[in-house]
Design a protein around this ligand. Structure first.
Ligand code: AMP
Ligand code: MG
Length: 422
């Protein structure tokens, strides 16, 4: 069952094609059909980096638990801050981080305090040691001090009962630190997403094999493995499948039996040896799309048994572009992440960017700063869908809208940094 009929007359070099699906509709259709993993597991804090939180993290203590000093200095009572004179205060003890000063402090007294040291009873202000004058066992302070200076109040980071991290968040190093500061050892996360992939093409050989005429090394295996490297994904690589009807069907059936998401590259265009479409039609629900994008117009999406299926184009750049634009948001949704939007913004292009209207183009760009410190972008040169070095040399996509007929240097373009992509 195809959502959009494939027009065999249409070559990928034509730009305007009324039967092509727009990027936004393709993505929202995909996301609406992706279901989220629901099973969870409780794991140790040392294992949670990059995993997706399945519970809210709620503070059971105040952090910090007591007001403490942000500086090395002297804890004083704010009532002792002089008007425009100076005041002498007697040092009666020391509050170290981890070793508080517990006796009372009265007017005219102060306590030496180290960063992280708990503020002694009644004191509410810390004067930096650089701003006092030592005189025997006293200090002299002036009118510069302000009540509350250099004090980290109780609960400054978070208060007991606060929701600190919401469920459906991907856990970063900072999140782990927050969880540790709350004294929490185990956390409930969604189980890992199971992603299986295979490559189609008679011409493909693995590294180590000798190439005969017409054969090429399979690189999509490696770019896919790289893009799928993620603590929240279990990757199952199924290897290279020849262009054969039955083998392609068997491979797809096998992959779909255990995976949440199955990805293939190649075999989705209108060529004689493109069997992925056929396998999908035999085994599941197919949407074979032409998406109004470049590179990457042919794209198959569907469902096989319980697995979502992505048939990416074989061209190495097309495979990467379609992965980032469609598969990555789908993976993020499936693993439980709430916000699947990617960061993009506008900068000035230094390059002339050639384009014909009719498709959204994902040119490969290099984002840098010009002499005045402004962010600017240039493209990586040749933009053919087989030129993988254009991806390797890039640090962003330059997204040129459907109707654009090219860009002159000095014009503004939308860029999507590879930041956050692998
Ligand atoms: P296809 O989508 O199968 O028509 O393939 C389009 C182009 O991508 C052809 O030039 C293929 O040789 C090439 N290609 C397909 N799969 C791979 C792969 N795994 N690694 C590198 N190139 C590939
Ligand atoms: Mg092929």
């Amino acid at each position: 069952m195809s959502d959009f009929t494939f027009n065999n007359e249409q070559s990928c070099e034509d730009d305007s094609d009324p039967s092509s699906l727009l990027m936004d509709s393709a993505l929202s259709k995909i996301l609406s059909e992706i279901s989220q993993v629901t099973e969870t597991q409780v794991i140790d804090i040392t294992e949670i980096l990059g995993r997706v939180l399945a519970q809210d993290i709620i503070a059971e203590i105040n952090v910090p638990a007591a007001a403490n000093s942000a500086m090395d200095g002297y804890a004083i009572l704010s009532g002792d801050i002089p008007g425009d004179e100076r005041n002498e205060l007697k040092i009666i003890g020391t509050s170290w981080a981890g070793k508080p000063y517990t006796a009372e402090v009265h007017c005219g007294q102060c306590v030496r305090i180290m960063t992280g040291g708990v503020l002694p009873h009644e004191t509410d202000t810390v004067v930096m040691q650089e701003n006092v004058q030592l005189k025997g066992d006293s200090i002299i302070i002036d009118a510069r001090a302000v009540k509350g200076d250099n004090v980290r109040p109780i609960g400054e980071d978070f208060c007991k009962g606060d929701t600190i991290i919401q469920a459906n968040t991907r856990l970063s190093a900072a999140h782990i630190g927050v969880i540790a500061s709350l004294g929490i050892r185990t956390v409930e996360v969604f189980r890992k997403l199971k992603v299986a992939y295979f490559l189609t093409g008679d011409e493909l050989r693995s590294i180590g094999e000798v190439l005969k005429p017409g054969q090429i090394y399979d690189s999509n295996s490696y770019t896919l493995a790289g893009m799928l490297t993620n603590p929240a994904i279990d990757v199952h690589k199924l290897g290279i499948i020849p262009d054969d009807k039955q083998t392609t069907r068997d491979a797809l059936e096998n992959a779909a039996a255990t995976a949440d998401i199955v990805i293939t590259t190649g075999g989705v265009s209108v060529g004689e040896a493109d069997y992925v479409r056929d396998a999908l039609e035999a085994l599941g629900k197919v949407s074979l799309w032409k998406v109004a994008m470049k590179p990457g117009r042919p794209l198959a999406f569907g469902k096989v048994v319980n697995a979502a299926f992505f048939g990416l184009p074989g061209n190495p750049v097309s495979a990467m572009v379609t992965f980032y634009q469609f598969v990555l948001p789908a993976i993020n949704k499936a693993m439980g992440i709430k916000d699947t939007t990617t960061l993009s913004f506008k900068v000035v292009s230094l390059s002339f960017l050639k384009k014909r209207p009719g498709r959204v183009e994902y040119q490969r760009g290099i984002l840098s700063r010009d002499n005045s410190g402004e962010l600017v972008v240039s493209n990586t040169g040749g933009q053919g869908s087989g030129i993988l070095s254009s991806m390797a040399n890039a640090n962003c996509f330059i997204i040129l809208p459907l109707e654009s007929d090219g860009v002159s240097p000095g014009e503004t373009v939308e860029v999507q940094p590879f930041y956050g992509l692998m």
